[in-house]
Design a protein around this ligand. Sequence first.
Ligand code: NAI
Length: 401
Amino acid sequence: MPLEVVEPRIRGFISLTAHPEGCAERVRREVETVRAAGPMPPLGNALVIGSSTGYGLASLLCSLFGAGAATLGVCLERAPRGDRGGSAGWYNLAEAHRLAAAGGRHLETVNGDAFSVDVKRRVMEALAERFGPLDLVVYSLAAPRRDDEASGASWRTTLKPVGAPFRGKSIDLRSGEVRETSIEAASAEEIEATVRVMGGDDWAAWMEQLREAGLLAPGARTLAYSYVGGELTQAIYRHGTIGRAKEHLEATAREISSRLARDGGGAWVSLNKAVVTQASAAIPAFALYAAILFRVMKERGTHEGATEQIVRLFGERLAAASAGDVDAEGRIRLDDLEMEPAVQARVAGIWERIATENLEQLSDYRGYRRDFEQLFGFGVEGVDYAEPTELDRPLAAAPGS
Ligand code: NAI
């Protein structure tokens, strides 16, 4: 039972350590947010791929504690070993498992590479033996690489502009300075590799395997997440390598949907709001945009985190999408409040003026940093960071599994 005082070791956009109790406390608060929202349309069985952090964790918590579904999650996290702590996602799920077991809810996790044959096989077995056909599949992977066993190929995600270099402002997360950065345009290989990792191939493969195994209930629905954003992030996001992957993901939704619709189900991409996650912190210029956006949305009282967004999705928007409430490209718009013209115009006005000297005054960089530290369980109110904390936290077994 290793008890340790855990300190943050932040390197740019990642912390090498995670605070187990801080992560647990955050998950308890997110579960409170889900419960406070009231009952959601019920679901029998759900699968969440990318379940340990960010939008996937929010989906897992809504599925389990909002919609009451028996839920299987898939993630790639570092388990604690001896005096070496686990990753933040591991500790998030350890608490979700503890709360699920305490409340008699069924949660299981498969920890491994979601792209692999082995993880897909383990998931199919678990579903067939202990769950039954799925009502909902959420695909929320944000992965830096994909190894394809069939072809032996290995692809890496790059976050680069397409066609022309990017020049613009960004924050150096190490020093808190606003700087001009430039990023060279991606090569054709880099674009293709990013599409292979973050596009729809693997989502389609999961859905096909589930269908063949008879593990999709009549009317089964599936969701994946994407982002559009305004003018300021276009060059690096929507018109960049990641944007190409998202276009592929959105086209894949239409293909999957045409198969599921025969049985009364469907596939949608939900366009979500910018929030601080491990994946988004890695996107150049995104931190500066998010810090300004948070200030503007907090002033207007419309700011939401990942959990509030997914509460809206599970509570109302998924049912509305099934009834046809989607945009012209068939997508769910959870980013409606971020994309309000008045919000985008105000963010753009601040962007023009922002510099290192006025960063704190003109943006919510402080809030951005707090969210960022909290991803790793640090800076969470009510946690005594001077106290040694238990590193060895298991993913508790589900009742009857
Ligand atoms: P995240 O970094 O918080 O979560 C990524 C998840 O994928 C984690 O559960 C991680 O364990 C899992 N994962 C990564 N590689 C894996 C692998 N090989 N095998 C199994 N699991 C693996 O990311 P975030 O931001 O929540 O992203 C999820 C989705 O939401 C992405 O499609 C992203 O583009 C989208 N999105 C994110 C927005 C944001 O502002 N963060 C905005 C709109 C959409």
